[in-house]
Design a protein around this ligand. Structure first.
Ligand code: PHE
Length: 365
């Protein structure tokens, strides 16, 4: 796969510090990888324009994993053994980050996932970090919103049984919603990439839910939403950050109007640094950045700050510097890493309607 030098410099040359990145630039979840890469590149370009780090320029070697865990793991091996990167950024989907984390940890190369939220990712070891919240929080946020704001008593769940992310969110949502006095009427499963969801949706419909929690990725959710409406299931759908893609609206049409999902950031956030990022991103790539782009940018910024602070460019030195990240002013929220190498941050709830999302509320941890 082609390497993209992020803003100049010879990747791997003596005057360059080389970072690695792994993402789904093609395949079913391609917007995840593309948005992340854009965010990372913007941060690298800014750092290079400001004179680089430790007197050197930064560059990023990016590999496309096509959204597949085995490819993601192989890309990490290549980044470590061939390209000799000092740090790795990625992935988005938790199942891919889990495959990568194993390799990065074994080699002692620090890895920062911008947006993987499954708790087990950073549990792979002390070289694995993330700049986003984790799913025990995200699942709680939507369960609480369904119960308290939408006043739902009965909710069904439709999970992707091929995704660590979806399985994790299902567990948390079920537990929290029940603890708050709600009832889960049915838990049905699909496998990502399926195209016919009608049997499960029919089974869900029979249990008369007031809402359906669908913690999947946009490419499946868009089709699920259409088929749900065709089955006469008109209740709101609810989801997590995996819904976040401009492609969601192309796939779903109006089928998700009146539905809700939790996310990391809202472009409506008036914070000046967030608005500056949005303006810079639009100028560079022509479009409003999604949460992946914002978190990709933040992950690269945290990496750059740690490299600057580290006493040398060794894995342990950079690892120790990342671990000390505190009150870092990210465009998708302030980042303080806890002792489990997770960021503790607020979540937002967005409402879908008319081909876009609108901000509903912020939930603090
Ligand atoms: N949190 C998702 C996961 O862990 C990935 C994701 C993050 C998708 C943000 C969209 C937006 O798999």
């Amino acid at each position: 796969q082609p390497a993209t030098p992020g803003g100049g410099g010879t990747p791997g040359g003596a005057d360059t510090i080389l970072l690695g990145e792994v993402g789904s630039l093609t395949g079913a979840q391609a917007t995840f990888g593309i948005s992340t890469r854009n965010g990372v590149d913007l941060a690298i370009k800014e750092a290079n324009a400001a004179g680089g780090v430790k007197g050197k320029k930064l560059a990023v070697r990016v590999y496309d994993d096509q959204g597949k865990p085995e490819e993601a793991a192989q890309a990490v091996t290549r980044l470590i053994t061939q390209d000799k990167v000092v740090l790795i950024l990625g992935e988005v989907a938790s199942s891919n980050s889990l495959a990568m984390a194993e390799k990065a940890q074994a080699a002692g190369v620090p890895m920062i996932t911008p947006s993987s939220t499954n708790p087990t990712v950073t549990q792979k070891g002390d070289y694995i970090f993330r700049v986003c919240f984790i799913d025990p929080f995200q699942g709680f946020v939507m369960a609480k919103f369904a119960r308290e704001n939408l006043k739902m008593d009965q909710v069904a769940i439709f999970q992707d049984n091929k995704s660590a992310y979806s399985i994790g969110l299902t567990e948390v949502f079920s537990k929290k919603f029940a603890e708050m006095g709600g009832k889960i009427t049915a838990t049905e499963s699909y496998s990502q990439g399926d195209t016919d969801f009608r049997a499960q949706l029919t089974a869900i419909k029979r249990t008369k839910p007031q809402g359906i929690y669908v913690p999947g990725y946009y490419n499946d959710v868009g089709i699920i939403a259409r088929q749900a409406r065709e089955q006469g299931l008109t209740v709101p759908l609810m989801g997590g950050d995996g819904w976040d893609s401009e492609k969601l609206f192309e796939l779903a049409g109006n089928a998700l109007d009146g539905s809700y999902f939790s996310n990391h950031y809202s472009p409506d956030n008036p914070d000046p640094k967030t608005q500056k990022f949005i303006a810079d991103y639009k100028a560079a790539y022509g479009g409003v950045p999604d949460a992946l782009a914002a978190l990709g940018y933040d992950s690269a910024k945290v990496a750059i700050a740690a490299i600057e602070k580290a006493k040398d460019l060794s894995g342990p030195a950079i690892r120790d510097a990342i671990a000390q990240t505190k009150d870092f002013p990210g465009v998708a929220g302030t980042i303080t890493l806890d002792s489990n190498r997770n960021a503790v941050k607020s979540a937002v709830i967005l409402k879908v309607g008319d081909g876009k999302t609108t901000f509903v509320t912020t939930v603090n941890p």
